[in-house]
Design a protein around this ligand. Structure first.
Ligand code: GAP
Length: 443
């Protein structure tokens, strides 16, 4: 893959995302809303495909992980118990000269604005990241509720309901995908740090004995997952936490080298019995697990894998973005620079595009497309010359373009053009399904 200059490649990705309908700033006609992003048609197709891959890998292909879809708002005591109401925040101060806002713990000593060098700073102030709302008719302190700041807390609340309903015994996991909200002080780097985002979390409940082996197991499983997304392994690294929460035995991040630098993509955390013991205390309900083989009761230990779907989608986009040289359509002209997204076929927003060579063949191409709707994510692309359409499909990362031309009427065959090699194969229509299946599902 061609090397991209660091800063401009991020700008190019953001601009491509807007131009091709992957990601737009929320509420753009009102000037935008900082930290909120909308996914357009190709963006949501990509994001859903990544989510499905995660769900399949973490839940459907195992016997020891089950799913949950909980509410975004749950009992406010949940967030007291988890510590989010009292402790989930950053101490910040502002530079009075250039107005830049900083986390105090990230400032140099003595405190100086790292942007303009000024010492003229506001007093440190605490910002809580929980998003508040009111539930019920009265908007007062007693009716405050919170939008969840992480998807895992409701998993702890439902642990025993799920255990009883499914007859699962330890060790087993519960997975959830859904929205999380944080009133981030400095949303930044496109979707990397947003105020509304989706998380994909799995809480694995086990006995304390053997829990470090489970931590290592899930760390390795999560590392291997990125192979399914064809993420360049040299751009991934494990970053163990220097400082651990008092209850945690271990924590490691999987970081990705985004164009703006290394950033946390996913966390794998050994949370001990902290969550279950806090919810036991605040709910005053017994949350211990009875191990029938040993007849002992204990609070389950939790190993968590937690990743932001938006951050993963951004990593997939950055990993896929490339510019290379493609032969121009015009004789005697220099090669074109081609923008191409090398998505793996499993997550490409469009897996197969159907292109009639001429308007006169639109109906034929559409008839052919109909045979494949439901099997692959398809698109009928009829506008512009064929060269432009190939470029457009390259830009949205479509791995296969099927062109229906005048010869197709005679020989009942089509041309399949492969995105990465730009190689073209003539394939009989009768053999097209087998050909594409092998390429798309046989990856
Ligand atoms: N339950 C543990 C937890 O939420 P976290 O490190 O705060 O841990 C886990 O978040 C993951 O969620 C991060 O690794 C990141 O992928 C994603 N994430 C966190 N804050 C985010 C934000 N403001 N915008 C986008 N993704 C975020």
């Amino acid at each position: 893959m061609a090397e991209q200059p660091v800063e401009s490649s991020m700008e190019k990705i953001v601009s491509l995302c807007k131009r091709r309908g992957f990601v737009f700033q929320s509420s753009e006609i009102y000037g935008g809303f900082n930290g909120f992003w909308d996914y357009g048609p190709y963006g949501i197709a990509l994001k859903r495909a990544i989510e499905r891959l995660w769900w399949n890998y973490m839940v459907e292909s195992r016997n020891n992980v089950v799913g949950l879809d909980s509410t975004i708002i749950c009992h406010p005591k949940t967030w007291k118990a988890s510590g989010h109401v009292d402790r989930f925040g950053d101490i910040m101060c502002d530079c009075k000269v250039c107005k830049t806002r900083f986390r105090v713990d990230q400032m140099p000593d003595p405190a100086t604005c790292t942007n303009c060098g000024s010492h003229d700073l506001t007093e440190p102030r605490e910002f809580n990241l929980m998003m508040k709302t009111y539930v019920g008719p009265v908007f007062d302190e007693d009716h405050i509720a919170y939008l969840r700041a992480e998807t895992c807390q409701p998993i702890f609340l439902d642990f025993h309901n799920i255990r009883i309903a499914t007859r699962m015994q330890l060790p087993f996991g519960i997975a959830q995908v859904g929205k999380a909200f944080r009133n981030e002080i400095t949303p930044r780097m496109f979707t990397f740090r947003s105020r509304e985002f989706s998380q994909m979390e799995m809480e694995f409940f086990c006995a304390d004995e053997g829990s470090m082996e489970w931590f290592e197991y899930w760390r390795d499983q999560r590392w291997n997952f990125y192979k399914l997304l064809n993420i360049d392994e040299s751009k991934l690294r494990l970053a163990p936490h220097d400082k651990l929460a008092h209850y945690a035995k271990a924590a490691v991040d999987i970081e990705y080298q985004y164009p703006f630098g290394w950033g946390e993509l996913e966390g794998i955390h050994h949370r001990g019995t902290w969550d279950m013991s806090q919810h036991q205390k605040f709910s005053e309900q017994p949350l211990e697990y009875l191990d029938q083989t040993t007849n002992t009761r204990f609070l389950p230990t939790v190993v968590e894998t937690s990743v932001g779907l938006d951050r993963m989608t951004l990593a997939v986009l950055c990993n896929a973005y490339d510019e290379d040289r493609a032969p121009t359509q015009k004789e005697g002209m220099e090669d074109d620079v081609r923008i191409v997204l090398h998505f793996p076929a499993s997550v490409a927003p469009v897996q197969v595009a159907f292109l009639p060579l001429s308007k006169k063949l639109n109906d034929n191409a559409q008839e052919l497309q109909k045979k494949f709707i439901g099997r692959y994510r398809t698109e009928l692309d009829v506008t512009g010359n064929i060269g432009k359409r190939y470029r457009r499909q390259d830009e949205i990362g479509t791995p296969f373009c099927v062109t229906f031309d005048f010869d197709s009427l005679e020989d009942n065959a089509v041309t399949v053009r492969e995105r990465d090699t730009m190689k073209q194969d003539r394939v009989p229509v009768d053999g097209l399904k087998a050909y594409l299946d092998a390429k798309i599902f046989g990856e």
